[in-house]
Design a protein around this ligand. Structure first.
Ligand SMILES: [Fe+2]
Length: 317
């Protein structure tokens, strides 16, 4: 099995060691087995290119990704860090990936200027999915990729994102916010890749479950949740969601604990759970807490306020 061999042979490069970037590997949902012979999908999230994270970190993550020779790179949002000053570097990082790149946006991209971030990603060669899906052919295998726009700032439109999706082709989804996964599973998408939480960054003594889970109210904090079984549980539509710990940071660069490491993750579609040793098993979600209407309105208003501030700065003599 190619996945097992690659995992056994993997040794962290100097860059991976210096910047604490983990390489993790998981099998895909069981349903892919009848639809895909083998596709390797790389997932990275929260690159946060900007002044908090040294540029070498993102470059090293791209090099680690290329060394795995994935068929496709999927990126789940938060490409920038509070400004548009580093969009050229962002495009440069995207250009480093040797496989096709598909991306969705995150809350930081909306705060900094979604259209400008989208353009930089496209300039680097990525396809950006904002509430739509695309079908890509990789080594003669077809895969539908669904891209849900950022739910944190109120831009997710699930019906538009899944429109025209075919049941006879395998599908995978990207959503910056993992809590959107349950709604995507209902449309027959068995695997959703997400980010946003940075795994809590500090995970010693399960601190991430307290900060991201209990206090911030996330159901999915870090890693793999749900079920990759075909049958599902109690007849309910089910699926899996993976929350990547991300590459960069937007506030403090500090990361402590195994789960809080920067992370490049490989998904071996066509392999089933149990085919090789995985970093951890499917986890039970935290109770979670839905944002109130007031919080939703506040988050949407923040995007408008930041845009107005940017425009004001531009017209100032
Ligand atoms: Fe982030």
């Amino acid at each position: 099995m190619e996945a097992r061999r690659a995992h056994a042979n993997w040794r962290p490069s100097n860059g991976a060691r210096r910047y604490g970037i983990a390489l993790r590997r998981f099998a895909g949902p069981a349903s892919y087995r009848s639809q895909v012979s083998h596709l390797r999908i790389a997932h990275l999230t929260d690159l946060h290119v900007g002044r908090i994270t040294p540029f070498e970190v993102q470059r090293t993550a791209a090099e680690m990704t290329n060394a795995e020779r994935p068929d496709l790179v999927l990126l789940s949002g938060d490409f920038v860090c509070h400004s548009q000053l580093y969009l050229d570097q962002l495009a440069e990082v995207i250009r480093l990936f040797q496989a096709p790149v598909i991306a969705v946006l995150g809350n930081h991209d909306y705060w900094s200027g979604a259209d400008e971030v989208e353009k930089a990603l496209q300039h680097g060669g990525a396809e950006v999915l904002r509430n739509r899906n695309t079908t890509i052919t990789l080594r003669s295998e077809r895969l539908q990729v669904v891209g849900l726009d950022d739910a944190y700032t109120g831009h997710a439109q699930r019906d538009a994102a899944v429109r025209g999706l075919r049941k006879d082709l395998p599908s995978i989804a990207l959503s910056h916010i993992a809590e959107e996964a349950d709604g995507l599973w209902r449309h027959g998408i068995p695997l959703v890749l997400s980010g946003h939480t940075h795994g809590g960054q500090v995970t010693l003594a399960r601190l991430h479950e307290l900060s991201v889970g209990k206090i911030a109210g996330h159901r999915y904090v870090h890693g793999l949740y749900g079920s990759r079984d075909q049958a599902g549980r109690n007849g309910e539509p089910t699926g899996a969601v993976y929350v990547g710990a991300g590459i960069g940071a937007a506030v403090v660069p500090f990361r402590l604990g195994e789960r809080g490491k920067r992370e490049v993750t490989m998904f071996e579609l066509g392999c089933a759970p149990g085919d090789f040793v995985e970093h951890h098993a499917e986890q039970e979600p935290m109770p979670g807490r839905k944002p109130t209407q007031a919080t939703i309105a506040k988050r949407a208003a923040a995007v408008v306020r930041k845009r107005l501030r940017r425009e004001k700065r531009l017209i100032r003599p």
